[in-house]
Structures are given as C-alpha cells and as structure tokens.
Design a binder for this molecule. Structure first.
Ligand SMILES: [Fe+2]
Ligand SMILES: [Fe+2]
Length: 178
C-alpha cells in the first residue's frame, strides 16, 4: 500500500512560507485562480452595495399602515448587506486584489438589480427577487471556490445563510401584509 503522506512535510512548508512573504495570506499552496476569485468577489461586492442602496431607499420611502415594522426590516437588511460588503472587500485585499467601489458600472457588475418600487408590496417583492438572485449566484461561487479557496468559500457560505434569512423574512412580510 502507498504510504505517501497526506500532508506536506514541515520542512517544505517552512521553506515555502519564507518565499514571497510579501504575498501575505496568499501562499504557494493557494491553488485557486486568484484573478477569477477577485473578479467574482468584486461582483459579490457590487451586489451587496446595490442591495444596501435599494434597501436604504426602501427604508426612507416606506409609508402606509404597515410601514413602521417593514421599514425596520429594510433598515436591518441594509445594515447587514453593508457588513457583507465590508467582509468581501476585506477578503479581496487579503488576496492582493483591489475592491471595486467605482459607482460607474456598479449596476452592471452587480447581479441583483436596483428597483425602486412604487408601493410597500412592490418594494418587498423587489427585495425578495434581489435576495433570490444573490442566493443563486453566491451558491455558484461557493461551488467554484470549493477546496481551492476554503476561506472565501466559508465567508460566502456565511453570507449566503444570511441572504436566505432575508428572503425568508420578506416572504413572511408579504404574507402578513398581502
Ligand atoms: Fe448581503
Ligand atoms: Fe440580503
């Protein structure tokens, strides 16, 4: 039977770590295509920023009998999307990439759309659609990162779980109001 060790021996690990120390967290063992990972993370960043803007618009525009509790939900989501944007930007920098905050082209980099919505129901529906888009695209990113970039994968898994909660919150709001 082959007794090839599963792990890289300590000597090789230590030698590798000393080379290219300026790359920080990006070591020789990083097997993902870094440029593609950064590009995908920038798309996720744009998606989060568009979601922050849309939820904040909805927060300020919410009016009607049910407005207060819905507005609170919009604001909470907006703040959580901002937190996601910050996490993603931080990871991009760790990977020696540059987070793209350029407002030009933001909407075309984003997977989710910016729809203002005329009524409270419209707003909730549009937010739900945006969450469902994010859920599908983040799930694909997670599969792509796989075992090549477990840190980016785990971060996106945590974010995905929150987007699923958001979608669930919005469905419940629709039931309550509609
Ligand atoms: Fe988010
Ligand atoms: Fe969300």
């Amino acid at each position: 039977m082959a007794d090839k060790p599963f792990l890289t021996d300590i000597k090789t690990l230590r030698e590798r770590a000393r080379k290219h120390i300026e790359n920080g967290a990006v070591t020789e063992g990083y097997t993902a295509d870094r440029e593609t990972v950064v590009k995908l993370l920038n798309e996720a960043l744009a998606t989060e920023i568009v979601c922050v803007l849309r939820y904040r618009r909805h927060y300020f525009m919410a009016s009607g009998i049910n407005a207060e509790s819905v507005a609170d939900e919009f604001l909470q989501h907006a703040n959580e999307e901002q937190g996601h944007a910050d996490q993603i930007a931080h990871r991009i920098v760790q990977l020696k990439g540059e987070p793209d905050f350029n407002p030009q082209g933001l909407l075309s980099r984003s997977h989710a759309e910016y729809v203002e919505g005329a009524t409270l129901i419209d707003m909730i529906q549009e937010d739900l659609v945006a969450e469902r888009i994010a859920i599908d695209s983040y799930r694909e990113m997670i599969t792509y990162f796989g075992n090549d970039d477990p840190t980016s994968r785990r971060m996106m898994e945590d974010i995905l779980a929150v987007e699923e909660e958001h979608a669930d919150d919005l469905v419940n709001l629709l039931k309550k109001i509609g």
